[in-house]
Design a protein around this ligand. Structure first.
Ligand SMILES: [Zn+2]
Ligand SMILES: [Zn+2]
Length: 648
């Protein structure tokens, strides 16, 4: 028998026998409750099955708890195996493919003759619950690839055979729970009994390896959590998200619509939706002016040769639309950069003229496949709050910092938290390695300077340069991609942009492409869901509605309406011959922030009775005071964010 050795487990020195499992070691150091909550062991960067032997070179072992990010991921992936076991039991003809963990859950793709129905999902879930009750271990076997291949081939699992062939390694690991085995790197939770909080959510079509030329598969999505309480919270959030769906609210609040006659991904903005957009755009114009941006505007279509020169024709053509005028081909712009560069070039610039910050609410068209179009979130025609900053290399860092601060100020106003990611060079790209490195370093440097943490998205940059992507978190904890800052040394080169330096020589400026809200359409979709249609007062298309009790107050109501409109308040009057309760309910359903009720008493006092959409009752106030209340509520987010903003 080999001698025991000392290792550190969860901060304590313990003595373990040779061949002891990770679970054996953890048991020695953890309380019973802590041990029960452990789903994996961690040694350095490596995650291990609890049943795995402690690696020979492991000096320090710790437990991964069920509710940690890694713990949740392994619970989700293990639940995918559990689901595959149930599917194979109920539908033996289904072939298994792959089943990874994803955000909040997991999926598994099956090759099956027909889509799974909601009734199938119920049956599969019931079978999974039975397997959890049986509390079977997840057992890992390492075997020769040839042996595993033979085993899966004998079962007719052709996708697994293909995966093994692609791996091209001598040995693979296979995990078995109950009667089901799957090719898998692992790790897994120790027993099926630990999978206590899951729900199958949806089915969708998918292609093997994501390729349309491959067989169509049936994907089942599910969600899984560390405990039933977390699962319930998540399902409640999903339910809330359904209620807030901007496509539903867009109709209910009469904000926008789509028409088959117009075409997919093209939005028609109705008066209230167009008004919210206009308010957003006015806000943006003012904020850009404050920060030294200049407004510019270019045409929607530009000659094809210009797109060839910029590299868009070679690298972005499949996302573009083209048209022809007098036998000359034109590209409909998917980005606003080209006009901005030509505007820069129209006059010689000196080093003192830089930076030049050009801003445009630019309408762009991009081809999205019809299958991915989704309300306002994925459209084919949209407006970007786009700017291009042309600066000297020594100004680059300050300019990037300026943009990130701009994003922070704006997101504070909407109440969004955000995180940053840096995307690096993709396969299809232009420019030298040196430029890419310089640009990537400048982006990192700026975020480091601001003390902002970020993640790296390898290979996810634009074709002309690396970028910072800012993701905001909405009221339901969902992430949305909005702002980006892209660094570009290449387009200034291609367009031969220059400035005269202090030394009297020509130098090349650097270009930043950046958006703050991104696509206005998409941002509107996010805002509608974030606020559940109840826009803050500064954005609400109708800030106040005047409601009369009877026809007797109509003259006073019309006078009050004129007063509020002159005060710059977006007000309207409901003079219909309906009961007051009915009018109030309707105003609440339309999420109108203030209701000004007028009865005989209010007429006599030349005032209104102010009610807030949240249910609070301010009471009888003179018209001027009612106007002040609305104005103050509209300014509130700007005070909170530390930004001054004038509504005059
Ligand atoms: Zn697995
Ligand atoms: Zn651009």
């Amino acid at each position: 028998m080999q001698p025991a050795r000392q290792i550190e487990v969860a901060g304590q020195q313990v003595s373990v026998e040779a061949g002891a499992s990770c679970a054996d070691a953890l048991k020695l150091a953890l309380s019973g409750k802590q041990f029960k909550n452990a789903v994996l062991a961690r040694c350095g960067e490596t995650l291990l099955d609890l049943s795995a032997p402690i690696p020979a070179d492991c000096a320090e072992l710790s437990a991964v708890s069920a509710d940690s990010p890694e713990g949740l991921s392994v619970i989700r992936h293990s639940t995918a195996h559990l689901m595959a076991e149930a599917v194979k039991k109920l539908f033996p003809a289904a072939k298994v493919t792959i089943g990874p963990a994803v955000e909040n859950g997991f999926y598994y793709d099956f090759d099956f003759e027909r889509p799974f129905t909601p009734e199938d999902l119920e049956a599969i879930e019931a079978e999974m619950v039975r397997a959890v009750g049986a509390d079977k271990p997840f057992a890992c076997e390492t075997m020769a690839s040839a042996e595993a291949r033979e085993r899966f081939a004998a079962q007719g699992e052709t996708y697994k055979v293909e995966l093994i062939d692609d791996l091209g390694v001598p040995t693979v690991s296979v995990y078995t729970q109950g009667g089901f085995s799957d090719l898998c790197r692992g790790p897994h939770v120790p027993r099926t009994g630990l999978l206590k909080a899951f729900k199958l959510t949806t089915v969708a079509g998918a292609y093997w390896r994501g390729d349309e030329k491959n067989p169509q598969l049936q994907r089942i999505y599910g969600t899984a959590w560390a405990n039933p309480k977390d699962l319930k919270q998540y399902l409640d959030r999903l339910e809330e998200a359904k209620k807030r769906d901007h496509r539903k609210l867009g109709v209910a609040l009469d904000l926008f619509s789509f028409h088959e006659d117009v075409g997919g991904g093209m939005v028609l903005w109705h008066p209230n939706g167009a008004l919210v957009r206009a308010i957003l755009e006015d806000f943006e114009r003012k904020e850009h002016l404050k920060r030294g941006y200049k407004f510019v505007q270019g045409p929607l279509i530009l000659k094809r040769e210009l797109w060839e020169k910029s590299g868009h024709y070679d690298n972005y053509r499949e996302n573009m639309y083209f048209t022809e005028i007098d036998e000359q081909a034109y590209g409909i712009k998917p980005m606003n950069c080209l006009s901005h560069m030509l505007i820069y070039k129209s006059r010689l610039k000196s080093y003192r003229d830089l930076p030049q910050r050009y801003f445009e609410l630019g309408v762009v068209h991009r081809h999205e496949k019809s299958g991915v179009l989704h309300g306002l979130l994925r459209v084919r025609s949209f407006t970007q709050d786009d700017a291009h900053i042309l600066c000297r290399p020594d100004q680059l860092r300050e300019e990037i910092i300026g943009v990130v601060k701009f994003v922070r100020d704006v997101m504070d106003i909407f109440g969004f938290n955000f995180t940053a990611e840096i995307s690096t060079r993709p396969e299809k790209s232009i420019g030298s390695d040196e430029d890419w490195e310089r640009a990537t370093d400048a982006l990192k440097d700026a975020l480091d300077h601001m003390g902002m943490p970020y993640e790296i998205n390898a290979g996810d940059g634009a074709f002309y340069g690396p970028k910072i992507d800012i993701k905001i978190k909405d009221a339901l904890e969902r992430s949305w991609q909005c702002a980006t800052v892209q660094c570009d040394f290449t387009l200034p080169e291609r367009f031969d942009l220059a400035y005269i330096g202090e030394d009297g020589n020509r130098h090349r400026p650097v270009m930043l492409h950046r958006v703050i809200l991104g696509s206005i359409e998409r941002f509107m979709g996010v805002l509608i869901e974030h606020f559940a249609g109840a826009f803050p007062v500064w954005l609400a298309p109708v800030q106040a509605r005047i409601l009369t009790v009877t026809d007797a107050q109509n003259a006073h109501a019309e006078k009050a309406l004129r007063f509020f409109q002159e005060q710059g308040i977006r007000a309207e009057a409901d003079l219909r011959n309906e009961k007051l309760g009915y009018k109030v309910r309707e105003a609440q359903l339309e999420r109108i922030p203030f209701m000004f009720v007028i009865g005989d008493k209010e007429v006599e006092a030349d005032s209104v009775n102010v009610r807030v959409r949240t249910g609070a009752d301010v009471g009888l106030v003179p018209l001027a005071e009612a106007a002040r209340i609305v104005r103050e509520a509209a300014e509130e987010p700007f005070k909170r964010g530390g930004m001054s903003y004038s509504f005059s």
